[in-house]
Design a protein around this ligand. Structure first.
Ligand SMILES: [Zn+2]
Ligand SMILES: [Zn+2]
Length: 194
C-alpha cells in the first residue's frame, strides 16, 4: 500500500491542526517513536501526516509515510523512550542471572565507572484533584492491604501513600477517583511488578 503524496503546504496544515489539538479520529497509537523536525520543532510523524492527508494515523506504516515525507524538507527523528531502555536492561539482568560463570569473569574486567545515556520519558498529565481526593478517602491507610502508611512525610506529617490507577493510564484507564487507589509502596510495587 502506498501512502498518498502530500505537499509541504498540506504538511504544514497538518502541523497547525496538530498544534490546535485537532484529532478527528477516535483511535490513538500505542507508541510514538518517530517525529518530524520542522522549523526546529518536533511533531509526531504519524499524527502529523494523518492530519495532513486526512486519514486515521494507523492507515499506513511509518515506512510508507516516510517514503512520501522524505521528498519534503523535513527531517526524521527517532526517540528512544525510557521504558524501552528500562525493559532491555531487565532483559540483560535476566540473562546475567542465568550465566554465573561468565558473569564472574565479566565483573572482574568491567569498568566500574558507569557510562551514561540520555532518555526521554513521555508521561500522562495527572489530575492533582484526583490524587488529593483519593488520599483523603484512604485516611492514611493502604487501600489494598489496609496497613497504615509506612511513614509520615517530614515536611508536613502527612501519611506517605502512592496513588495508583487500577486500569493503567497507559492501557486507556481513566484519571478518575473511581479508577484510583492509595497504596503503600509495597502494594504499589506488586501491582506493577508482581
Ligand atoms: Zn499495602
Ligand atoms: Zn501505579
Amino acid at each position: 500500500m502506498t501512502a498518498p503524496v502530500i505537499t509541504m503546504k498540506q504538511l504544514l496544515d497538518g502541523v497547525e491542526k496538530y498544534k490546535a489539538n485537532v484529532r478527528p479520529w477516535t483511535q490513538t497509537l500505542n507508541r510514538v517513536d518517530w517525529f518530524l523536525l520542522i522549523s526546529g520543532e518536533l511533531y509526531p510523524l504519524k499524527y502529523t501526516y494523518a492530519l495532513a492527508a486526512d486519514c486515521p494515523p494507523s492507515t499506513y506504516s511509518t515506512n510508507q509515510m516516510k517514503a512520501v515525507l522524505k521528498k519534503l524538507p523535513v527531517e526524521f527523528v527517532s526517540i528512544k523512550g525510557q521504558k524501552d531502555a528500562q525493559s532491555s536492561f531487565f532483559d540483560e539482568v535476566e540473562a546475567a542471572l542465568k550465566d554465573s560463570a561468565k558473569r564472574q569473569k565479566r565483573l572482574k574486567e568491567a569498568s566500574q565507572k558507569p557510562a551514561m545515556r540520555l532518555t526521554y520519558q513521555a508521561e500522562f498529565i495527572r489530575n492533582a484533584d484526583v490524587v488529593a481526593e483519593v488520599l483523603v478517602r484512604a485516611k492514611g491507610k493502604c487501600e489494598c492491604c489496609g496497613e497504615s502508611a509506612p511513614f509520615l512525610r517530614s515536611k508536613d506529617g502527612s501519611p506517605y501513600l502512592e496513588v495508583h490507577h487500577k486500569v493503567f493510564l497507559s492501557n486507556g484507564g481513566e484519571d478518575s477517583v473511581e479508577n484510583a487507589e492509595a497504596l503503600c509502596p509495597n502494594c504499589h510495587r506488586e501491582k506493577h511488578f508482581g
